[in-house]
Design a binder for this molecule. Structure first.
Ligand SMILES: Cc1cc2nc3c(=O)[nH]c(=O)nc-3n(C[C@H](O)[C@H](O)[C@H](O)COP(=O)(O)OP(=O)(O)OC[C@H]3O[C@@H](n4cnc5c(N)ncnc54)[C@H](O)[C@@H]3O)c2cc1C
Length: 186
């Protein structure tokens, strides 16, 4: 825990005593996986299934829920239709399939936006590939209206996540140097 005054405090959240916790071991570590690697793994697994055809850069524009016919735009913007016995909509937050389902009778769609935004930051390794902060820890800078965390990577760098309200975000970006010196002393 990184306090505003620059003090550091260790809080164990596993079974290991202070100083023994390693986020880099499978026994106690927080498991994380690069999103691109997970995507590639899933695509390869799907491709190996019988009857699966993967098409990239094809956007579902509309869906007829009665017939299961999809209207799709190819990378050149050409329209085509694809039909299936079962349609599984896995097209994320602004799903075209969900948008069409929302027009069904008795279907209520409630999709509020979070007040908070997210910025990924990077702390590089030291000159010899060494960690510039304790590597056996998840670093947290808790502040009143926002929070930053840093996770160690193999190779000495850290991935940081800064969560803060979208309105604060603009202020921070405009005054980043003064803000970071004042807020993240250590
Ligand atoms: C900043 C951030 C950090 C996160 N961190 C974590 C984390 O650490 N751990 C965790 O478990 N979760 C995390 N999440 C949440 C996680 O990413 C989501 O819950 C998850 O990705 C949702 O999966 P999904 O398949 O529903 O949608 P998505 O992952 O958004 O996938 C939707 C896919 O559909 C495609 N698509 C969209 N519209 C169309 C269309 N019209 N036609 C065709 N394709 C379309 C998109 O290109 C995308 O490939 C995080 C989310 C964010 C935003």
């Amino acid at each position: 825990m990184h306090s505003r005054s620059g003090d550091l405090r260790f809080q164990a959240y596993g079974k290991q005593p202070a100083g023994m916790l390693s986020l880099l071991t499978p026994e106690e570590g927080g498991n994380s996986m690069p999103r691109a690697a997970l995507n590639a793994l899933l695509v390869h697994a799907a491709e190996n299934l019988h009857g699966v055809e993967v098409r990239f850069e094809h956007r579902v524009d509309d869906c007829d829920l009665e017939t299961g016919i999809l209207t799709v735009l190819d990378p050149q913007g050409r329209q085509m239709t694809i039909s299936g016995d079962v349609v599984i909509g896995a097209d994320g937050t602004f799903s075209a399939i969900r948008r069409r389902m929302a027009q069904l009778p008795m279907f209520t769609l409630h999709q509020p936006r979070l007040e908070y935004g997210y910025k990924e930051l990077h702390i590089p390794s030291g000159p010899d590939g060494d960690f510039l902060m304790e590597k056996h820890a998840l670093h947290i800078w808790p502040r009143a209206g926002f929070i930053m965390s840093a996770l160690p990577n193999f190779g000495g760098s850290f991935n940081c996540n800064l969560f803060l309200t979208v309105s604060t975000h603009w202020l921070v970006m405009l005054t980043w140097h003064a803000f970071s010196r004042k807020t993240f002393l250590t």
